[in-house]
Every structure is written in structure tokens, then in C-alpha cells.
Design a binder for this molecule. Structure first.
Ligand code: AMP
Length: 402
């Protein structure tokens, strides 16, 4: 079965085509600048040259058509006909409380995703554009949807409710949802497989630290707490997001600086985090370079980042009454040996001991970086959200056929 995975943003459309007989990627690519002058389509067929094409692509349906043309192109294509595509899996950020798992797309499912626009105004509308575009171009195959929030729907009330008037939850669904769920699910499952232990017996802390970052406490294979909240702003210090702060700061700063709601939202999401503390960059490579060179702002940014991350690991070890496995993933987690070492050297009270040489090894495969003496397994597991979406799509399509 061949499955096309789609991840649509407001002006972009990412795709990967899988052959699920061996879970291999046949081709992947990206359309950028949709709706702007000079849209760019980058297409990479596996084992062949990457191609880039510049044209004016005004909306997602045309973008999708161009992608399909590339997939069947005589020179750069990987399919003889688009009829070879058996199903399409879509990534949608917010599934609210309605979606506790991935789903086959129906009219009712689309209405529910639209009802959730309020909770995810930046993310869900572009996803719907992606779904409409793909359905218009591939009307005869099943489409499925995989939500970033779904994995966290297992959290207990004590973890997902905020200590504010409950009417806000009842009327407006104000609660913790958590994000990066597809990644947390994938890396926790992969970690258990790597260790050859049943996931139901493990207490795992998954650290998805990329430009956006979140931690999840995975106990018995399910999410019991996660650091992002009603929106992806809560929790860790991120590239440009503040993470946790005293909520009273928001009205105080709005008043003092005469900021609007949009301006304060933009400040906390786009102009905070590593970028704000360092004053120079949101990229961890620049921060660690600056830290190594002894630059004071980058050093402070690095120390604050590591400190917040370590506090959350401690909190989730407390939440689960212990931890068996810590998993690092995403851009920083997979690539920054410096961040991993800094965090782990302050977790000795949990019995964490990493092998500094193993920690420096680069590989695209899951690997252990803890010593045989370590009481906690510390792993680096490259995330693969697209593969998880393709697997879920395969499962749903097979189940729907009975
Ligand atoms: P992601 O959001 O998962 O794609 O992660 C992107 C982020 O990963 C970048 O903004 C960088 O901060 C970080 N990153 C990527 N490569 C490295 C590296 N070699 N060392 C440290 N950080 C990295």
C-alpha cells in the first residue's frame, strides 16, 4: 500500500510518499510561499536528484496538483499513475477533546475540525485547506487525520485542568491539551522496542526539544502529563517562545507598554525564549557556540534553557514516582550533545549516568547514551512524525475495510 502524508501550513505544503510494504520513503518534498509571488516546489525522489521549480501557486489545491504531477513525472516521478496512491494521511494540530485518536475523514470529522478553529486559529485552518486540496485532487481514496493533541487525551483531570474557575473549562474548553503527541507516541514506542521491553512496564520521559519543545511523562504506554498547555506556549524555554511565566505578567506588561492582545501574544510566541535572552539567535547551535566562546548573553540563555528542562524532568519523575527511560528527540535533542550532557550531569540524584563518548556519536538510528551502571536508560531516538501518520493511516484504512 502506498500512502501520501500531507502536512499543510498557511503558505506551505509538505509531503512524503511511503511504500508501506517496507515503510520506505519513495519521495518527499515541500511547496513554499503558496499565495505569494514565486512559490517554490522542492521535490526529492529517493535515490534521485532533488528538483526545484519556481512558479506562482495561488492556493493549496494547485500546490497539491503540482505535487502529484511531480510524483508521476517521467524523469523525477516515482509512480506510473496517481491511482497507485491508496490513501492520504493528514497532520492536524488540534483535535480538542473530540479526537482521542486518529480518524478516517468524514463530513462530521471535518465539521469538528472546523469547530476547533477557535482553539487553534493559526494551525487548524491551514490543515483544512490541505485536506480540501488533497480531497479535490484524490477524491477516490480514503483520507485520514492524525492529531498532535490526541496522544495526550489520556491525561488525568488533575494534570489537564488549570486551577481557575471551572466554568471556563465547561464554556470555553480551557484546559491543557499538549502537542507534539505524534512525536511523543513514536519515540516512546520506539524506545521500548529498542530496549526490548514492554512499554506497559516503563516510566518514560520523552523530551521533544526542537524549535518548539515539550516534555511528556509516558507511563504504561500512555501520556499522563505534558508540558505544553492549552496552546504550545506553556512549559519549556523554546527558540522564540517564553514557556512558563507568571500569568500576571501579561496584564502588567500590556498596561505598562500599552500593548494589544495580538502584540503581547506575538511577543511571547515570536520574540521570547532563547532569542530574547541571547539577543542574537533562537538557534541552539548559535547559543552553544556563544556559550563555548564565553559570551554572557548566550551563556545565560543556555543555562536558563537547561535549568528549565532539568526542572521538568524532575517534575515528571516525581509525577510517575520514578523514571526508567529518558528519551531525547527533535532538532536539539537529536543533535546537541552539549545540551544532553549538561542536563544529564545534573540528574545524578536519579541515578542517571551518561557515557560522554557515546553521547557524541552521530547516527540516524535510535541509540543508548547511558552507561551500563546508569539506573535510568538514556536514549536518543530520531523522531519520525510522518512515518507515524503513515502507520496510523494504514491501520485505519485496514480497520475500515474490516
Ligand atoms: P526542529 O524544530 O525539531 O526542526 O529543530 C530545529 C532546531 O534544532 C533548530 O532551531 C536548532 O536550534 C536545533 N538544531 C538543529 N541542529 C542542531 C545541532 N547540530 N546542534 C544544536 N542544535 C541543533
Amino acid at each position: 500500500m502506498k500512502i501520501l502524508v500531507i502536512n499543510a501550513g498557511s503558505s506551505s505544503l509538505k509531503y512524503q510518499l511511503y511504500d508501506m510494504t517496507d515503510e520506505s520513503v519513495l519521495a518527499k518534498g515541500l511547496v513554499e510561499r503558496i499565495g505569494m509571488d514565486s512559490s517554490i516546489l522542492t521535490h526529492k525522489p529517493t535515490g534521485k536528484e532533488e528538483v526545484t521549480e519556481v512558479s506562482d501557486i495561488l492556493e493549496h489545491t494547485t500546490a497539491m496538483r503540482k505535487v502529484l504531477e511531480k510524483l508521476v513525472d517521467k524523469t523525477h516521478g516515482v509512480l506510473n499513475s496517481i491511482d497507485e496512491i491508496d490513501a492520504v494521511g493528514h497532520r492536524v494540530v488540534h483535535g480538542g477533546e473530540a479526537f482521542k485518536s486518529s480518524a478516517l475523514i468524514t463530513g462530521e470529522v471535518k465539521s469538528e475540525i472546523r469547530r476547533l478553529f477557535d482553539l487553534a486559529p493559526l494551525h487548524n485552518p491551514p490543515s483544512m485547506m490541505g485536506i480540501s486540496a488533497a480531497e479535490a485532487n484524490l477524491p477516490n481514496v480514503p483520507h485520514t487525520v492524525v492529531f498532535d493533541t490526541a496522544f495526550h487525551q489520556t491525561m488525568p483531570e488533575k494534570a489537564y485542568l488549570y486551577a481557575i474557575p471551572k466554568v471556563l473549562y465547561k464554556k470555553h474548553k480551557v484546559r491543557r491539551y499538549g502537542f507534539h503527541g505524534t512525536s511523543h507516541a513514536y519515540v516512546s514506542k520506539t524506545a521500548a522496542e529498542f530496549l526490548q521491553r514492554p512499554i506497559e512496564d516503563l516510566k518514560i520521559i520523552t523530551c521533544h526539544i526542537g524549535n518548539g519543545a515539550s516534555l511528556t511523562a509516558v507511563k504504561d504506554g500512555i501520556s499522563v502529563d505534558t508540558s505544553m498547555g492549552m496552546t504550545p506556549l506553556e512549559g519549556l524555554i523554546m527558540g522564540t517562545r517564553s514557556g512558563d511565566l507568571d500569568p500576571a505578567i501579561v496584564p502588567y506588561v500590556m498596561n505598562k507598554e500599552e500593548l494589544t492582545m495580538n502584540e503581547v501574544n506575538s511577543m511571547l510566541n515570536k520574540h521570547s525564549g532563547l532569542l530574547a535572552i541571547s539577543g542574537s539567535s533562537s538557534d541552539m547551535r548559535d547559543i552553544t557556540d556563544g556559550w563555548e566562546a564565553g559570551k554572557p548573553n548566550e551563556t545565560l540563555a543556555f543555562e536558563m534553557y537547561e535549568y528549565r528542562l532539568r526542572k521538568y524532568i524532575g517534575a515528571y519523575a516525581a509525577a510517575m514516582n520514578g523514571v526508567d527511560v529518558i528519551v531525547f528527540t527533535a532538532g536539539v535533542g537529536e543533535n546537541s550533545a552539549i545540551v544532553r550532557e549538561a542536563v544529564c550531569q545534573n540528574l545524578t540524584y536519579l541515578g542517571v549516568e551518561i557515557d560522554k563518548e557515546l553521547n557524541k556519536v552521530r547516527s540516524g538510528d535510535p541509540r543508548r547514551i547511558s552507561t551500563p551502571n546508569s539506573k535510568v536508560e538514556v536514549l536518543v531516538v530520531p523522531t519520525n512524525e510522518e512515518l507515524m501518520i503513515a502507520r496510523d493511516t494504514l491501520r485505519i484504512v485496514q480497520e475500515s475495510k474490516g
